[in-house]
Design a protein around this ligand. Structure first.
Ligand code: G6P
Length: 356
């Protein structure tokens, strides 16, 4: 087993460090920069211009939120649903709908159930999965593989990043054609993840806050799913209280929880409207004496209001959400490591949940 961890103490850390290569694998042969096109032959048969619904659980749901938002920027009617709530939400679905199941394992019972219901209603189904010949891949009309390679750690890391990139590719296939700049931006993400891995201060931040009462994560737009995922990673492997919020929702309740013992991790990139608004929220928590950790590319002045900065390369918001998430994976990993937790096999959790 030690040999399989390639010198890392845990599979999770190994898998975090595999992200540059797993992301390259996700993109390989799928971007034609000369032609300026995305090439996904497995999706060519999908002729769809109706609504798109994503169904997923856990980390994959956070990727689904990201994918739906990405498609909406191309004007596509796309929404993400928790697979376990899909039926009771009474989501309208018919033969004009494309239902996309995002599932690393391809075996999650809630997600399979939602996909089967969609199929019964006449929808076209697509599995976005890591697992060849999984139930989702076999049952859906179409399959897009994220090609992340096997993930052993129960807490999903590299598969989330690969889901993000696969869904960005999907958006070019189903939404607007990519520009050359957008294709270059996608191609550059693996190398930028490598930069984050080589320069991160996540371990020092984890050491500073290992005794915190709770950990809060905030973001807007593409960074909202990252806030949710940062909190989920922290809960899963540290057993500490962690919550992710849309930054604008802080003032509608969560602010009551904020103290000098609850660090707030804020993802702020670029210096546009989204960043400005989140910086406003950062000031609100700073005024309540909460320590602020900014995950930022340094283009705004958020560092002025932060106690710690986790820096990422300056890229567009889509790429930044991949990079910011890597920083948060590492913070969760190091807090769990300092607490001596069972990182690869957290208590009460399973890699794949095959009951509803
Ligand atoms: C379990 C795992 C999570 C995962 C979720 C969905 O709860 O512990 O890490 O995100 O299932 O799994 P899936 O295979 O459908 O992506």
């Amino acid at each position: 087993e030690d040999a399989e961890k390639s010198g890392y103490d845990h599979y999770m850390l190994k898998e975090i460090h595999e992200q540059p290569s797993s992301l390259r694998q996700c993109l390989r042969g799928r971007i034609d920069e000369l032609e300026g096109t995305v090439d996904l032959p497995e999706l060519e048969a999908i002729d769809h211009d109706g609504p798109i619904q994503f169904v997923a659980c856990g980390t994959s749901y956070h990727a689904a939120l990201f994918g739906a938002e990405r498609l909406r920027t191309s004007g596509v009617d796309a929404h993400a649903f928790l697979a376990s709530e899909y039926a009771s939400d009474r989501v309208p679905v018919d033969e004009d709908t494309l239902v996309v199941g995002v599932t690393q394992s391809g075996e999650t019972a809630d997600t399979l159930r939602a996909l089967r219901e969609a199929d019964r209603a006449g929808a076209t189904t697509l599995a976005v999965t890591n697992t060849v010949a999984s139930s989702a891949a076999r049952e859906c009309d179409h399959t897009l593989y994220i090609r992340a390679g096997p993930e052993i750690g129960v807490a999903a890391t590299k598969t989330f990043a690969s889901q993000q990139l696969a869904l960005a590719l999907l958006a070019f296939e189903l939404g607007d054609e990519p520009t050359r700049g957008e294709l270059e931006a996608l191609r550059d993400i693996p190398g930028q993840v490598q930069t984050v891995l080589e320069t991160t201060d996540a371990r020092a931040v984890a050491e500073t806050f290992v005794d915190a009462d709770a950990y809060f994560f905030v973001g807007r737009g593409y960074h909202y799913p990252v806030a949710l995922e940062g909190a989920l990673k922290m809960k899963e492997i540290t057993y500490r209280h962690a919550e992710g919020f849309a930054a604008g929702e802080l003032k509608h309740g969560p602010l009551a929880l904020v103290t000098e013992r609850t660090p707030v991790f804020a993802v702020v990139t670029g210096d546009g409207e989204t960043a400005r608004k989140t910086i406003g929220n950062v000031k609100e928590v700073e005024a309540r004496d909460a320590p602020v950790v900014a995950i930022t590319d340094g283009t705004s002045d958020v560092a002025r209001y932060a106690d710690h900065v986790l820096e990422i390369p300056a890229v567009d918001d889509l790429g930044a959400s991949v990079l910011a998430n890597v920083q948060l994976q590492l913070v969760a990993y190091w807090v769990a490591n300092l607490l001596g937790r069972s990182i690869d096999k957290p208590r009460n959790l399973a890699k794949s949940v095959t009951v509803e």
